[in-house]
Design a binder for this molecule. Structure first.
Ligand SMILES: [Zn+2]
Length: 227
């Protein structure tokens, strides 16, 4: 999906947790209520600014650097992950929180590559991860690194809260979406589909919330059912 915009610092992480919440067992909501939302929001902004500074313009992609970024982020909280390389430098990453298996798995998916950016046409360094006027600027802030960070923070929050899960929650960051997907989603389906065999739903980019520029109020919620 090609778009060129700055992402508002509205807590996308809340959305990520709501997604992941469909995997939670009863009783988990009390633990979710105890989460420090403000601190998770700040953490999401910090992770996003650092993620945007990793140049994953496709071509050539170089998504392995992004995959290693997430592997390190998850490792700090004891979450194991695995990197799958389709070609040199062209990597995808999978991390999983296990549930009791009574419900199908939820996959939180995003693509780690971005459309190349020509700095001459930007108001900010496309790979600077700058925060300006309450927004995070950078190539991929909206498409699709913001979603990736919301998913990652959701995974971290669930792990820290030791949330009881009915289903596995799987973080999936893929390579190569902006240039056909063969070395990302295509490769994972062809070579590692067993990882997602018990998935019931994949949450991916597509829909968005349109807000009024002055009041910030939601004008409408756009839902895309497949991409
Ligand atoms: Zn996209």
């Amino acid at each position: 999906m090609r778009r060129r915009r700055a992402a508002p610092i509205a807590s996308a992480v809340l959305v990520g947790l709501l997604w992941a919440g469909c995997a939670a067992r009863e009783g988990a909501s009390a633990r979710a209520g105890a989460l420090d939302w403000s601190s998770l929001g700040d953490e999401a902004v910090d992770v996003l600014t650092r993620y945007l500074r990793i140049d994953t313009s496709n071509p050539p992609g170089n998504e392995r650097s992004a995959a290693e970024f997430f592997a390190k982020l998850f490792a700090r909280d004891g979450i194991e992950s695995r990197i799958y390389e389709a070609a040199p430098g062209r990597a995808s990453i999978v991390a999983r929180l296990s549930g009791d298996g009574s419900k199908p798995a939820v996959v939180l998916m995003h693509h780690m590559d971005v459309v190349p950016a020509d700095a001459r046409f930007w108001h900010a360094d496309p790979f600077g991860g700058e925060i300006r006027d309450g927004a995070v600027w950078g190539r991929g802030a909206v498409d699709d690194k913001g979603m990736g960070v919301a998913s990652a923070i959701a995974l971290l929050a669930l792990a820290r809260a030791r949330a009881p899960l009915a289903s596995d929650v799987i973080f999936l960051g893929v390579a190569d979406e902006e240039d056909g997907g063969a070395l990302g989603a295509g490769f994972m389906v062809a070579q590692h589909f067993e990882l997602f065999a018990k998935a019931g739903v994949v949450l991916n980019e597509g829909g968005y919330i349109a807000t009024d520029a002055e009041t910030g109020a939601a004008r409408y919620y756009a839902v895309e059912t497949a991409q």
